[in-house]
Design a protein around this ligand. Structure first.
Ligand SMILES: NC(=O)c1ccc[n+]([C@@H]2O[C@H](COP(=O)([O-])OP(=O)(O)OC[C@H]3O[C@@H](n4cnc5c(N)ncnc54)[C@H](O)[C@@H]3O)[C@@H](O)[C@H]2O)c1
Length: 253
């Protein structure tokens, strides 16, 4: 157990990659707070952690609402003292050509994927800086590194998370806070099924899989492995880094 008794706050921990991150961090000994809009599913993740002998709590939170984010951080801090690890994982996308997309969709994509992590980082990093310790890990995407057809605004947000995290890594190093980014490639989750449903969707998934040198989708647990590394003391001297976990889909220098 590499992060025994540390407090980890994971956004979007109800299902998919976020759920796998919550379970894995709990296995590493962390107390896990799950911030998500899907309260029932979040409760299921928490119950599974409790059943395995871990500690978990659910805080229903919409990452797009700064007031809710502040209340969430207050609740977790009041119950467990402080937050040692923040994982910005909540995300959302709608795959469509940019020229067909509507301003309401841009707003939703930006609010969840970009403003959400900004809200959480601003709120949590303040208390981490006071304590002179902390790990922040944000889930971006290979779309943010190299672009992805049908995901223009999402890619902009995910690229934004990379620049934002590198800047925070520089600003917060003196407070001994590590800030790193994990970029999944196509990963087998509800989000992937949702954005690529139907016959056309099956073709998109097939094309995505063929583009991966390992010729398969990623599993949520494989993303969680990378998060567990960044959250652990093994990564104490690692900051401002971007790690793709995508079977070799992107190999940027
Ligand atoms: N699945 C993939 O292929 C893939 C690839 C690259 C990056 N990602 C990224 O990984 C992360 C997790 O994606 P996933 O595939 O597990 O998706 P998912 O849809 O299965 O899970 C996303 C979670 O985020 C939560 N969420 C959405 N909007 C929220 C909001 N406003 N406030 C709080 N919670 C909210 C959802 O309720 C859900 O529990 C996202 O950031 C996504 O962009 C996924």
């Amino acid at each position: 157990m590499r992060i025994k008794d540390k407090v980890a706050l994971v956004t979007g921990g109800s299902r998919g990659i976020g759920r796998a991150i919550c379970v894995r961090l709990a296995e590493e000994g962390a107390k896990v707070a799950i911030a998500d809009i899907l309260e029932d599913e979040a409760r299921k993740t928490a119950d599974d952690i409790l059943a395995a002998g871990g500690q978990a709590q659910v805080v229903k939170t919409d990452v797009t609402q700064l007031g809710q984010v502040q209340a969430c951080v207050r609740q977790v801090t009041d119950t467990w003292g402080a937050i040692d690890v923040l994982v910005n994982n909540a995300g959302w996308d709608k795959i469509e050509p940019f020229l067909n997309s509507a301003p309401e969709t841009w707003e939703k994509v930006i609010a969840i994927n970009l403003r959400g992590p900004i809200h959480f980082c601003h709120t949590v990093a303040a208390q981490m800086a006071e304590r002179g310790q902390g790990k922040i890990i944000s889930i971006s995407s290979d779309a943010g590194r190299v672009g992805s057809t049908g995901e223009a605004v999402y890619s902009a947000c995910k690229a934004g998370i990379i620049g934002f995290s590198k800047t925070l890594a520089r600003e917060l190093a003196r407070a001994k806070i590590n800030v790193n980014v994990v970029c999944p490639g196509p990963t087998d989750t509800a989000l992937l099924q949702q954005v690529s449903s139907g016959e056309k969707g099956a073709k998109i998934i097939d094309a995505m899989t063929r583009a991966v040198p390992f010729r398969r989708l990623g599993q949520p647990e494989e993303i969680a492995n990378a998060v567990a590394f960044f959250a652990s003391p093994d990564a104490d001297f690692v900051t401002g880094q971007v790690l793709s976990v995508s079977g070799g889909l992107t190999m940027t220098g």
